[in-house]
Ligand binder design. Structure first.
Ligand SMILES: Nc1ncnc2c1ncn2[C@@H]1O[C@H](COP(=O)(O)OP(=O)(O)OP(=O)(O)O)[C@@H](O)[C@H]1O
Ligand SMILES: [Mg+2]
Length: 139
């Protein structure tokens, strides 16, 4: 599935609707260049789960956890320098015991560590205001 949005607000709406139709446990992996719109998507995604807190990228903490229903585990793997570091942080336990929805930014940094099923979303910058979202279910 592919969709193009023409503003950050449209991305927020798309992500919000996308999150609403998920049933836990679910894993969503986001990839795309700097400024592609991963965090904007995450904000809309959280909105769809009725999370009213301000959603920012957990760049320094790696994980932000929200006690919504379903729960949201928001990871940002940008600063992970190795898969070993991911193991040390024990993050695979979250995936094994997923009791909610996991959203991962920069999933490419932990390639191979996250096992299907998951939904993969690749964000491409088309212009200053347009983004293409390529959504793929990986079974
Ligand atoms: N259609 C669009 N969808 C999403 N963001 C858009 C769109 N058009 C413009 N933007 C702008 O692009 C920027 C996207 O930034 P965002 O922080 O979401 O990207 P990111 O992928 O998380 O980047 P980083 O990897 O640096 O954290 C925002 O400033 C946003 O307003
Ligand atoms: Mg970001």
């Amino acid at each position: 599935m592919e969709i193009i949005t023409s503003s950050a607000n449209q991305t927020i709406e798309f992500a919000s609707n996308f999150a609403k139709q998920l049933t836990p446990p679910s894993i969503v992996l986001l990839s795309g260049d700097l400024g592609a719109g991963k965090t904007t998507f995450a904000k809309g995604f959280a909105k769809g789960l009725n999370i009213s807190e301000i959603v920012t990228s957990p760049t320094f903490t790696i994980l932000n956890e929200y006690s919504s229903n379903p729960k949201l585990y928001h990871f940002d793997m940008y600063r992970l320098s190795s898969k070993e570091e991911a193991y040390e942080l024990g993050f695979e336990d979250y995936f094994a015991k997923n009791d909610g929805i996991i959203l991962v930014e920069w999933a490419e940094n932990v390639k191979g560590l996250i096992k299907p099923p998951y939904t993969k979303i690749i964000i491409e910058k088309i212009s200053n205001t347009e983004r293409k979202f390529v959504v793929e279910e990986v079974k």
